[in-house]
Write a protein that binds this ligand. Sequence first.
Ligand code: ARG
Length: 490
Amino acid sequence: MKSIQVTGKRLKKQNKEVTSYISSIFWDRRLLKQVLRINTAHTLALYEAGEISEKDAKSIVNFLKSFTIEDEVDEDIHYLIERSAIKKLGIDVAGQMNLGKSRNDQVATAIRMELRETILSVVEELLKLQSFILSLSEKYKRNLIPAYTHLQRAQPVLISYHFIAYFDSISRSVERLFSLYSRVNLSPMGSAALAGTTIAINRMKVAELLSFDGIIRNGIDAVSSRDFVLDSISCIITVALDLSRFAEEIVLWSSSEFDFIELPDETTATSSIMPQKKNPVVAEIIRARSIVPLSSLVSSFSIMKALPYSYNLDLQEVSPNLWVAFDTVRDAVNMVSRIVSSLSFKVEAIEKKISHDYTCASFIAEYLSTSKKVRFRVSHAIVGEIVRSSIKKKIKFGDAIRTLLPVISKKYSGKKVLLSEKEIEKLLNPMEALRMIKTEGGSNPDDIDRELKIREEILERDMGSLNSARLRLREGLEKLEKEASKFGCS
Ligand code: ARG
């Protein structure tokens, strides 16, 4: 009998250089575990459909169990597995492996399976980071930092309050990743090349064995859509954006100009010439690499744009972008966790800086409006002019209020507004001023415990969702292993 290759007889043998040029083997290594599972589930489905004998199913399952990649040139992992199976088991047994499936539905399925695990591993890293953020917030819940707008000191807030902002933004990313997960978690298997197959594959059963929540019904959609990749990269871009903003603040805060924090030595490096330097190198690399997912999105989007339905080999070139984007961001999250878990704030120095500045000015203007019945726009003007004079005359803000408030208030409101010494003290003491905040979710130090508690509950809820997603993956895998073991060697 003439020997038969997986590539068939339609074409002459492919040039090795060409094979290696179009090959996806390098990136397919990442998919190997998933592709083997897919082959196992499909073998079981073929047996159930009455297309292969129990004996052949057993041989194939055993072969898949022990398969390892060798350094061979091949178009992709799917061909490589089938070719090796035929070599080892013979065409009579392994020649039936690809009945009712195609590389098109296999690769789309494998990407989704690998992506599920990748998404969950990023979620895990994000939740870890959030728990470090909460510990840091707990530690600094009695300390202040100036918050900025336009990079100009704006209002004092608790350090914890600033970090809760990061926490909340990360929570939304986690939420997006979970919702993405449910769109990714659907099985293309059974779509074969694009139209489905004449083999009675039980798609729902295969989906279940591969731990999917359901199937992608339409075969063309199943093999040629990669919007889930674009969707995934978009989600991860938002994470990268958060990290890069954090990294930027770390760089600023650690400079002598701000001098707010001391970075752990292990996240910094010195200069080869200036011995005094402590450069925030980890933060800088996080900031720079945060662009990686964006370039991945642009590449993927550009490959997809105007591709005719259904499968085109161009799609093969989309996936590496996905892995690069996710790996880059996951590593960055891990590094941010390192920074957050060992970051220390120079609390006294910061408090000294803001004790004589103008960050309480808006609270004073609000106070004049609520307690002294001056229209806010007028009190805003009064305080603004006091600040101006205080800067110009180089006198402290408090002294400027004492001396100038009666005069300036008369000028703008027609009545002399007076503040008692006690009122001035309170308004200029940032911690006291913050206690006057009445709005829900505001930076009132009396509310911080409640705010932290809310976040602890969110974190617990998300950890629960992560664990149950992982559990469902494990259960499916166990089911596959159990069913396969009926055929596998024991
Ligand atoms: N290596 C391909 C990929 O990663 C597998 C699918 C190839 N399909 C095909 N019809 N050539 O997308």
